[in-house]
Design a protein around this ligand. Structure first.
Ligand SMILES: NC(=O)c1ccc[n+]([C@@H]2O[C@H](COP(=O)([O-])OP(=O)(O)OC[C@H]3O[C@@H](n4cnc5c(N)ncnc54)[C@H](OP(=O)(O)O)[C@@H]3O)[C@@H](O)[C@H]2O)c1
Length: 273
C-alpha cells in the first residue's frame, strides 16, 4: 500500500481548535495538505486556529451533523482525508447521568462521525482513493469507570469503523480506527460532570483520570502517530500513547482474558479501596 498523503489533498479535521485535533490539523498542513478545521466557535476572531487551517463551524449539539452535511456538500464531495476527531466526555456515576447527556454522547461521539464517514465514503469510492480516520479511544476496549456513555459511544464508533474497513476492501479507500491513550489536552476541562455527590470513590477516580491525562504525552505525539499511519496507507486499528496503555494493556488482556483485565482496571483506579 502507498502513502495516502498527497500534496494539496483536501483534508477535513473536526474539532481542530484545541488538543489532538489542533495537532492533527497542523501536522497535516505541514505535510502539504489543504486542511479545513472545525470548531463550535464562529467568527474569525473567535476561531483561534493556526493560520494555515481554514476554519469552519461545526457543532453537533447545537445544529446537528445533518445541518453541517447539508451546508457543506461541495467540500464533503471533495474531501480526500477525513479526521473525525471532535468530541467531549461526560463523567459521573451511571445512575446520575442525565438521559439527554447519554443520548448526546452517542449522537456526537458515534452517530455524527459515522454519518460524516458515510457521507464522504461514496465520493471517495468513486475516485478510488481516500482516507477516513475515526478517533475513538483506548476506552473503547478498556473502559474508564464513571464514563459509561463515553466508553459506550467510543466502542460503537470503533466497531462501526472496523465494519467500514471490511466494506472498504478493494475500493482504494483506507479506514483507520485511531485509539489514543491518555494525552495532555484540555479534554477534562471540557468534560461535563454529572452530580458526583461526595462519594470519595467517584472523586478519587476523577482525580486519577485528570492526573493520567496530564501525565500523558503531548498531542504532537498523537499527530506523529497519525502521519505515520497515513504514510503506511493501510486500514486498521492504530493505538497511540504511553507504552503501558498501548502495548502492555492489550497484550495482558490477550494473555489473561477479560475478567482478569477488569480486576486490573478496578485495581488501577482503586475502586475496591
Ligand atoms: N486527550 C485524550 O487523552 C484522549 C484520549 C482518547 C481519545 N480522545 C479523543 O480525542 C478527541 C479530541 O479530544 P481532546 O483531548 O483533544 O479534547 P479537546 O482539547 O477538548 O478538543 C475537543 C475538540 O472537539 C470539539 N468539540 C467538542 N464537542 C463538540 C461538539 N458537540 N460539536 C462539535 N465539536 C465539538 C471542540 O471544539 P471547540 O473548538 O468548539 O471547543 C474541540 O476542538 C475526542 O474525540 C476525544 O474523545 C482524547
Amino acid at each position: 500500500m502507498a502513502s495516502t498523503i498527497r500534496k494539496e489533498a483536501c483534508t477535513l479535521v473536526t474539532g481542530a481548535r484545541s488538543g489532538l485535533g489542533r495537532a492533527f490539523a497542523s501536522a497535516l498542513a505541514a505535510e502539504g495538505l489543504r486542511v479545513t478545521g472545525t470548531s463550535r466557535r464562529s467568527g474569525s476572531d473567535a476561531f483561534d486556529m493556526p493560520p494555515e487551517i481554514a476554519p469552519l463551524h461545526l457543532d453537533f449539539a447545537q445544529d446537528g451533523v445533518e445541518a453541517f452535511i447539508g451546508a457543506n456538500a461541495a467540500l464533503l464531495d471533495e474531501v480526500d482525508i477525513l479526521v473525525n476527531n471532535a468530541g467531549a466526555g461526560v463523567f459521573g456515576p451511571v445512575e446520575e447521568i442525565d438521559p439527554d447527556a447519554l443520548r448526546e454522547q452517542m449522537e456526537s461521539l458515534a452517530v455524527a462521525p459515522l454519518r460524516l464517514a458515510q457521507r464522504v465514503f461514496k465520493p471517495m469510492r468513486a475516485r478510488g482513493r481516500g482516507t477516513i480516520v475515526n478517533v475513538s479511544s483506548l476506552a473503547a476496549e478498556f473502559p474508564i469507570p464513571f464514563m459509561a456513555p463515553y466508553n459506550a459511544a467510543k466502542a460503537a464508533l470503533s466497531q462501526g469503523t472496523r465494519s467500514l474497513m471490511l466494506e472498504a476492501r478493494g475500493t482504494g479507500v483506507t479506514v483507520i480506527d485511531l485509539q489514543p491513550g491518555d494525552f495532555r489536552t484540555d479534554f477534562n476541562t471540557a468534560m461535563q460532570r454529572a452530580d458526583e455527590g461526595d462519594e470519595s470513590r467517584v472523586l478519587r477516580v476523577l482525580d486519577m483520570v485528570e492526573r493520567h491525562l496530564q501525565a500523558g504525552p503531548p498531542p504532537e505525539a498523537a499527530a506523529r502517530a497519525l502521519v505515520r499511519a497515513l504514510r503506511r496507507g493501510r486500514s486498521g486499528t492504530v493505538r497511540c500513547g504511553g507504552w503501558m496503555q498501548v502495548c502492555a494493556a492489550p497484550l495482558a488482556r490477550r494473555l489473561f482474558g477479560d475478567a482478569l483485565m477488569r480486576r486490573a482496571i478496578a485495581r488501577y483506579y482503586r475502586l475496591d479501596a
